[in-house]
Ligand binder design. Structure first.
Ligand SMILES: [Zn+2]
Length: 336
């Protein structure tokens, strides 16, 4: 729900796309077109029919790397057996989805992506190549040390935050978890598995299928587009000791809440207790300042106290305790 950027990582990932993914996708089509001429992709790669000369050495490294006992070249040969029109159609899906995410349009309708492409993008590009020094070195000799850990460092530093931008409940301070969260699930949108506008550092509770719905809902917005936390309303249910989430009748926000299972996450009693303790600190401040602020909760006090501290539950605290009713209740409880 925090708005975030990913500019530093974009420099690496865009280069990955320019030198590796784009040439790879186009060369597979060209290889298919010349299928009678070459027996294997490696023959084609060594010939002068190969288009992307600058990526030649990189693709030689690429096809030599094994994952689960199989080289990526084996998968390329399997792709060659498919129909040309089918491959062109898959290529068009890749281009269309990539372009859409370049433009920050997250409303991408699901389209079937072949299992082979899924394996290449997910198991090779994301899981294996992301942490392979040889690959990054070939892309740019200055990028040799880039990996998933570095991604998290860049992301946290750039956004000056250690809280999960999805839920605003847990922290992302630990370096132990080097899994990068895919906003649009890579199982459904494998072509976007390396897109910088799709990769985010999230807490363990929000990462992957255990913390997120396996479905992707449209229309939707994203933390790369707006500060979603400002558009969610939080209520305290004192009887049941729960924090209740409401949206502002905006379908994009509702789908975000649904996908990240935020209602369930905020219903935990520990979230309620943290929020309750925060209220006491804030109201104590308000109480001290009350004469000065002419019997109203000074908005500035709230803003100073809450904003940009980037503590967990900032949005819930802002939403709940801006409500004068809670403060009046607090004062009544003091006078008892
Ligand atoms: Zn989270």
């Amino acid at each position: 729900m925090w708005k975030v950027t990913n500019e530093k990582n974009k420099r690496y990932l865009n280069e990955f796309r320019k030198k590796l993914i784009d040439p790879f996708m186009k060369e597979i089509l060209n290889y298919k077109l010349k299928e009678n001429k070459f027996l294997l992709f490696s023959n084609y790669l060594n010939s002068n029919e190969f288009i992307f000369d600058d990526s030649k050495e990189l693709l030689k490294v690429v096809i030599s790397i094994k994952k689960d006992g199989k080289k990526i070249e084996n998968y390329i040969e399997e792709l060659k057996k498919k129909d040309l029109l089918y491959l062109i159609n898959q290529y068009n899906i890749y281009q269309k989805q990539t372009k859409s995410l370049d433009d920050m349009n997250y409303n991408i309708v699901f389209e079937y992506v072949d299992e082979i492409y899924k394996t290449i993008f997910s198991r090779f590009f994301y899981q294996t190549f992301f942490t392979d020094k040889r690959i990054w070195h070939e892309i740019n000799s200055q990028f040799s040390n880039y990996n998933r850990l570095e991604f998290h460092h860049n992301f946290k530093k750039e956004n000056d935050m250690s809280i999960c931008p999805y839920c605003d409940i847990d922290t992302i301070t630990s370096d132990g978890n080097v899994i990068i969260e895919h906003y649009m699930p890579k199982d459904k949108y494998p072509f976007l598995a390396m897109h910088p506008n799709n990769l985010i550092s999230a807490c363990y509770g929000c990462n992957g299928s255990h913390g997120k719905s396996i479905d992707y809902y449209i229309p939707i917005t994203s933390p790369f587009k707006k500060q979603i936390g400002d558009e969610i309303i939080f209520d305290l249910d004192n009887t049941n000791k729960k924090v209740i989430l409401r949206s502002t009748c905006n379908e994009e926000i509702d789908n975000y809440i649904k996908m990240l299972k935020l209602k369930e996450k905020y219903e935990s009693e520990s979230v309620f207790n943290i929020l309750n303790n925060k209220s006491k600190q804030i109201f104590r401040l308000c109480w001290n300042f009350e004469n000065m602020c002419n019997e109203r909760i000074d908005e500035i006090l709230f803003e100073d106290y809450l904003l940009f501290k980037k503590e967990p539950l900032t949005f819930a605290t802002k939403s709940v305790y801006r409500d004068i009713v809670y403060y009046e209740n607090y004062k009544r409880s003091l006078s008892k």
